[in-house]
Design a protein around this ligand. Structure first.
Ligand code: PMP
Length: 373
C-alpha cells in the first residue's frame, strides 16, 4: 500500500508525504557518472550522534565503507592506476601488481578491470582463504606464499615487485611508498574540508601505509594550520613511539628487545613497524594507543547506538576520536574515517568464537564510553 500510494502520488504529479519518502535525497543526487571511477570517493560525512553527545565534541566520520570495493582503499587504487595510465607506464591490457593481505587487493582488482587491465596479488598463505577466493572472483591472479621476512626475496611484496619488473606494460602499485596514495588522500582531506565548511579542529586516524593520515592531515593543515592531527595506534605497532619519542624499532629489534610482536592485534590494516614514505609525509601532533578490547567494545557500541557495522580499523579510529575529544575538551569538531564495513571481518573481528578465544567478548554494558581508557 505504501508503494501504491507513492506510485499514485507520483502519477498525479503530487509530492508524496508518506512516512518513507527519501528525505533530502533528491537534492544530493549526482548527475550521470562515468562508471566505476565516479563511484569512488565523495563519500558522506556523518555525525556520530552518540559519541558526540557523550564527549561534548562534534564527532564526524567519513563513510568510506560506501566505496564500491567496500573500503577507503578504492581511492588509492584508482589514483595509482590513473597515474600509471596517464604517464604511459600502463596501457589497457596491462598488469597491476601488489603484495597485500588487505583491502587494497580488492580495490586494485576492481579498478584494473575498469580500465581494461588486470591485477596480480601476492599474499601470505596464512591469510584467510576467503580473501584469495574473493580476489579470484574479481578476476585477479593470486599467488599465496609461505610467510617469510620482508628481507627475503620470496616475501609477497618482493614477489609482486619482481613480477611487474619482469614483463612489459606492468606496474607495481607500491601503496606503502608511492606518492599517488598520499595524493588520493589530499582529495579525501579536501572533501572533509568542504563538507565541514572548514569547521574542523582535529583529524584522527590509524595508519597502515600512512596515506590517509598524511594526505588528509596535510590538506587540512594547509587550509588551517591550527587543525590537529592525531594518530591512534594498535598494540604492537611502532608508530606511537615514532610520533611521541622519535624512535621506531624494526620488527627484528622489537623481537630482540622482547617488545610486543608487531602482529599481536586483531585490528587489520593499521599498525606497522617500519617508516613508510607515506607515513613520513604526515604531520602528526600527537598519538594515542588503542587496545583490541577498546576496538571490539567500540564496534559493539557503534552497532548498538548508531546502527553502524564497521571493521576493526574503523572501530579503532572511533576510539581515537573519543581520546582526542577528551584531550581537547568539549566544543571541538573531530573527524575520523570509517575505513571499511564489518562484513569483511566475519571470521575474526566479528566472530563471537574468535573473540571468545582471545577473551575479547564485548561486555556490551550500558550506553556509556567507560570502555575507552
Ligand atoms: N583500514 C583498512 C581496512 C585498511 O585496509 C587500511 C590500509 N592498509 C587502513 C585502515 C590504513 O590506511 P592507510 O594505509 O592509509 O594508513
Amino acid at each position: 500500500n505504501e508503494l501504491l500510494g507513492l506510485l499514485g502520488a507520483w502519477l498525479r504529479g503530487e509530492q508524496y508525504h508518506g512516512q518513507h519518502h527519501l528525505r533530502g535525497a533528491s537534492s544530493s543526487l549526482r548527475p550521470v557518472g562515468e562508471g566505476l571511477a565516479d563511484l569512488i570517493g565523495n563519500t558522506p560525512l556523518i555525525q556520530l550522534a552518540s559519541l558526540s553527545e557523550q564527549t561534548g565534541c562534534q564527532i564526524l566520520a567519513k563513510a568510506e565503507f560506501l566505496n564500491p570495493g567496500g573500503s577507503v582503499k578504492d581511492r588509492v587504487a584508482l589514483e595509482i592506476i590513473q597515474e600509471a595510465l596517464a604517464e604511459g607506464r600502463l596501457r589497457p591490457g596491462g598488469l597491476v601488481t601488489e603484495g597485500t593481505v588487505g583491502s587494497t587487493g580488492v580495490s586494485l582488482a576492481m579498478c584494473a578491470a575498469a580500465f581494461g587491465c588486470h591485477a596480480f596479488i601476492a599474499m601470505p598463505d596464512d591469510a584467510a582463504i576467503e580473501k584469495a577466493q574473493m580476489l579470484q572472483a574479481l578476476g585477479a591472479e593470486v599467488q599465496r606464499l609461505r610467510p617469510v621476512s620482508i628481507s627475503h626475496p620470496d616475501h609477497f611484496v618482493n614477489v609482486a615487485r619482481r613480477r611487474a619488473a619482469e614483463q612489459p606494460n606492468a606496474v607495481f602499485a607500491d601503496q606503502f611508498e608511492t606518492v599517488a596514495n598520499f595524493r588520493a588522500h589530499l582529495k579525501t582531506g579536501q572533501e572533509i574540508w568542504e563538507q565541514t565548511g572548514g569547521h574542523v579542529d582535529a583529524f584522527v586516524s590509524g595508519a597502515g601505509t600512512g596515506g590517509t593520515i598524511a594526505g588528509v592531515g596535510c590538506y587540512l593543515k594547509q587550509r588551517r594550520p591550527a587543525v590537529r592531527v592525531f594518530l591512534i595506534d594498535p598494540p604492537g605497532s611502532g608508530l606511537y613511539n615514532k610520533v611521541t619519542r622519535g624512535v621506531m624499532y624494526t620488527r627484528e629489534e622489537a623481537e630482540g628487545k622482547r617488545l610486543k610482536h608487531p602482529f599481536d592485534t586483531i585490528t587489520e590494516g593499521i599498525g606497522i613497524n617500519r617508516l613508510t614514505a607515506n607515513f613520513a609525509r604526515a604531520q602528526v601532533d600527537g598519538a594515542f594507543k588503542g587496545t583490541d578490547r577498546e576496538a571490539v567494545e567500540m564496534a559493539a557500541y557503534l552497532l548498538r547506538n548508531e546502527g553502524l557495522f564497521v571493521g576493526s580499523s574503523a572501530a579503532m579510529n572511533c576510539v581515537g576520536a573519543v581520546k582526542a575529544a577528551r584531550a581537547l575538551g568539549p566544543g571541538h569538531t573531530i573527524v575520523t574515517v570509517l575505513c571499511d564495513g564489518g562484513h569483511r571481518h566475519m571470521s575474526k573481528f566479528h566472530s563471537p568464537a574468535y573473540l571468545a578465544e582471545y577473551g575479547l567478548t564485548p561486555a556490551a554494558t550500558g550506553r556509556g564510553l567507560e570502555f575507552v581508557a
